[in-house]
Design a protein around this ligand. Structure first.
Ligand code: SF4
Ligand code: MG
Length: 319
């Protein structure tokens, strides 16, 4: 099918501000390294999911790929022409312009990209509203008249209106009630299979990513630590962090919204540990892990950033 987008060695460091103590000590400000050396590609029709704790850099990654900010290093290569890209954000309350009627919100990308003749736009808007489970009459209302879940349906209709080659969904259901979350996920899955959308799906929720993604990238402290087909991530997680995340989830019920915490504290992202970023929380850390950053090992369609090839039997946490 071919790659739609490929990301090479992408990094983003936010400009740091020195604290008062650091100023007194004459230290340089530390930049916050939100994304560090991330590479991957997405094939046409594929849903690539990214999962990780809050602060792991996944939203920054989404924004970099969407072109909403520039990377500090690395590049994003779109295959062939520059694709049309649409994004669905987490917050259904701030992402829609409250002064516009819903029909105009949805028509905007159609007009911007000149995707239909002006006379065809009302019919297309009605069709999109129906595709997301709303009615043509809803187009006359303002976003304020809708619930969170309905607003997210409007956001999805707006994204589809732009006929995107590539869709970025950043925690699209995290702000919704659990029952509504399930409805929106079902809608997205249905649209995904009917329209063959290529997308990047960002979430902190393992159940959600399992439901939605064909392949899953696991992020930790700005790095991609494991990338594998969704099934492999859940049945045979290789990286110690992935393993701990999955073990920490008591059941993978789609209504369980949390990413269950694993032991230990997330290090300060402006001062990541030497060697392996995960070593301060890793039950298998060896002296080598503090000295050298692990290489990305590739094989069988998987990528794992760890020095060791840990076998399942060695993955029971030592007492
Ligand atoms: Fe753990 Fe070492 Fe592997 Fe890092 S490189 S995940 S610290 S075993
Ligand atoms: Mg986020």
């Amino acid at each position: 099918p071919g790659e739609v987008v490929s990301v090479r060695d992408l990094s983003k460091t936010y400009g740091g501000k020195a604290s008062t103590i650091e100023k007194l000590l004459g230290r340089k400000p530390r930049g916050l390294k939100a994304v560090r050396g991330v590479s991957f590609s997405i094939d046409r029709g594929e849903v690539l999911g990214f999962v990780g704790e809050s602060g792991c850099g996944k939203s920054t990654l989404a924004r970099l790929i969407a072109g909403l900010m520039a990377p500090s290093e690395g590049e994003i290569v779109f295959n062939g022409k520059k694709p049309r890209l649409q994004m669905v954000f987490q917050d259904p309350f701030s992402s829609l312009n409250g002064r516009w009627r819903v029909r105009d919100i949805i028509a905007e990308p159609i007009r911007t990209h000149k995707l239909r003749k002006p006379s065809e736009i009302p019919g297309r808007v009605a069709e999109l509203l129906e595709q997301v489970g709303l009615s043509a009459a809803d187009g006359m209302k303002f976003p304020q008249g809708f619930s969170g879940g309905q607003r997210q349906r409007i956001s999805i209709a707006r994204a589809l209106a732009g006929e995107p080659d590539f869709l970025i969904l950043d925690e699209p259901t995290s702000a919704l009630d659990v029952s509504v979350q399930a409805q929106i996920l079902n809608l997205l899955r249905d649209l995904q299979s009917r329209l063959g959308l290529t997308s990047l799906f960002i979430t902190h929720n393992l159940s959600v990513v399992r439901l939605m993604a064909d392949r899953i990238g696991v992020m930790y402290l700005g790095e991609l630590v494991e990338l594998a087909p969704a099934h492999d991530i859940f049945t045979d997680p290789k990286h110690p962090y992935t393993r701990l995340l999955i073990d920490a989830a008591p059941d993978l019920d789609p209504i369980d919204r949390t990413l269950h915490p694993i032991p230990g504290e997330l290090p300060d992202p402006s001062r990541p540990p030497s060697g392996c970023s995960f070593r301060t929380r890793c039950p298998y850390a060896q002296p080598l892990c503090a000295e050298q950053a692990p290489p990305l090992r590739k094989g069988n369609g998987r990528e794992i950033r760890c020095h060791f090839d840990l076998q399942p039997q060695s993955l029971s946490v030592p007492e």
